[in-house]
Design a protein around this ligand. Structure first.
Ligand code: GTP
Length: 492
């Protein structure tokens, strides 16, 4: 019971320490994880995505400004207007003109559509006649009807294997301001698509364009969000169905949405030249992977540190407890068991002897006139004699005998398997040895005599009754002149 009660505070201490360490480590690790997450999130929302959006936007503007100027010049060109107004006589003249513009300015295509004949001219010659009921020609009728002098449009170029092309469509007016046709140049969006691809690969983000109806208009080579293709509506893409309704207002800004188990950061910018939205989209799993990895490493390190600290504290506490236990049962001066230590050892020895009906004798040993020795030579000399006496006793007894400093200058010995006759012989031998012994102290040789009381164990004895009888025997030894051995046999 005593052992267990010593262990439970140790266990509580270790559990408490473990809780403190785990809570402390968890709190600091999680706090730094969430702080880093917020910092990364801020950087994505406020820096990374807007920067990508700016770059893509400026790339588009760069690509568009030159063609807009060229188209503007074409629409004001007197040759074109004169040629139309003089009845579109020599097709070769206009074709050469368009060919020259296309080659010189590096455009992908150049065109003129005549309002009078509805002929679509381009660098290679006449392409076709535009018709109001042909969906592919709707753009022309739109341009004709619009207020603004020009529009930028993205369409498949039917003259060039339907490659997606930016068209700058300018209205051409005669000298009286009457609409006589539409002209302009087209350039492929390959450069923008390449840029999109490069950014998507390098920075792990999706870049795509969406029109005001929510339809994907331009994506990287591998498609838009979740592989969606141009023409698909955001409303048909799982996870993005409700996105359009939630988009930031008025037209540009940041937005976050959830796609099953991962969050997305979205930067949306309205591009007035195209009447499109530019979407730059990044999911958080990749962004947070690094700090999540460090969080796991942190927690692992914390676990290891906790385990090591607990192990070391456990060892230290166990050693400390052992020392305390030893101190509690050992006499510091003689290093013999003290009365508490003796109680533990003696009770067990008594039980064993009584159970097995083995003889056992108790010797109560008291130094004679020790007070005189103390008074004459000093207390330290007394201590030295007590140490020497204890060591002499220890050396004269068997390992199995139980020896203890009972208090002051009194010692007790339990001799296992020994009746009072044998005990008497041993005690007498001890008494003579001590009588003859000299204890060196400070240049002097000190001598001391002992009185010894002996008794042996009865079946009904307790430790108390056994010692009481030995004490009677000791008393008789003292009374009858000291330096002698007296026996109080069990029968008395
Ligand atoms: N130096 C020293 N003296 C101690 C220690 N413990 C007890 N004593 C002394 O031992 C002395 C015991 O004195 P008494 O009980 O009168 O016994 P005594 O002088 O041996 O006389 P008798 O036992 O009658 O022969 C006291 O003076 C105590 O102070 C100790 O650890 N060191």
């Amino acid at each position: 019971m005593a052992q267990r009660s010593l262990h439970s505070p140790r266990l509580s201490l270790l559990v408490l320490l473990c809780l403190l360490l785990v809570c402390g480590f968890l709190a600091t690790s999680l706090a730094s994880y969430y702080a880093s997450r917020d910092a990364i999130r801020d950087s994505i929302v406020n820096t990374e995505l807007p920067l990508t959006s700016d770059t893509v936007y400026s790339e588009i503007q760069k690509d568009l400004i030159r063609p807009v100027l060229i188209s503007s010049m074409m629409s004001r060109d007197t040759f074109v207007r004169d040629w139309v107004m003089s009845g579109e006589q020599d097709v070769g003249q206009l074709t050469r003109y368009l060919h020259e513009v296309q080659n010189h300015y590096g455009a992908f295509t150049s065109f003129f559509i005549s309002e009078r004949t509805h002929t679509y001219y381009q660098a290679k010659g006449v392409l076709k006649q535009v018709r109001e009921d042909e969906p592919r020609d709707a753009w022309y009728y739109r341009v004709r009807a619009m207020q603004e002098p020009y529009e930028i449009n993205v369409d498949p170029d039917m003259a060039n294997q339907d490659r997606l092309t930016f068209f700058i469509n300018y209205k051409v007016l005669d000298y009286d301001g009457q609409f006589i046709g539409a002209t302009g140049v087209g350039l492929t969006v390959d450069a923008v698509v390449k840029l999109i691809d490069q950014y998507q690969r390098k920075y792990d983000r999706s870049i795509y364009f969406v029109d005001t109806q929510g339809k994907l208009t331009l994506t990287g080579a591998e498609g838009g969000p979740f592989g969606a293709r141009v023409g698909q509506s955001l409303q048909d893409i799982a996870g993005l169905e409700s996105l359009l309704h939630k988009l930031p207002t008025p037209q540009s800004g940041s937005f976050e949405y959830q796609e099953r188990d991962r969050g997305h950061f979205l930067n949306v910018r309205f591009i007035p030249e195209l009447n499109w939205y530019l979407f730059v989209d990044k999911h958080d799993r990749q962004a947070f992977a690094g700090i999540r990895h460090s969080l796991y490493l942190n927690l692992l390190a914390c676990l290891l540190i906790t385990a090591v600290v607990l192990g070391l504290v456990g060892l230290a506490v166990r050693r400390y407890q052992r020392n305390i236990e030893a101190l509690a049962t050992t006499d510091a001066l003689t290093e013999l068991p003290n009365r508490h230590g003796f109680d533990l050892l003696a009770s067990q020895a008594l039980r064993e002897a009584q159970r097995n009906q083995n003889p056992l004798s108790a010797l109560l040993i008291d130094l004679d006139h020790f007070k005189v020795l103390n008074d004459t030579h000093g207390h330290l000399a007394g201590d030295q004699v007590l140490r020497g006496f204890a060591s002499l006793l220890r050396n004269s007894l068997r390992q199995s005998d139980i020896l203890c400093r009972w208090g002051g200058e009194e010692f007790i010995v339990l001799l296992k398997d020994t009746d009072h006759h044998a005990a008497f012989k041993l005690a007498e031998k001890l008494r003579q040895q001590i009588d003859a012994a000299q204890f060196a102290y400070n240049g002097a040789n000190l001598q001391i005599a002992t009185s010894i009381g002996i008794t042996d164990l009865r079946q009904d004895d307790t430790l108390h009754s056994l010692i009481l009888r030995a004490d009677h025997a000791l008393y008789r030894a003292k009374q009858s002149g000291r330096n002698r051995v007296c026996v109080e046999p069990a029968g008395h």
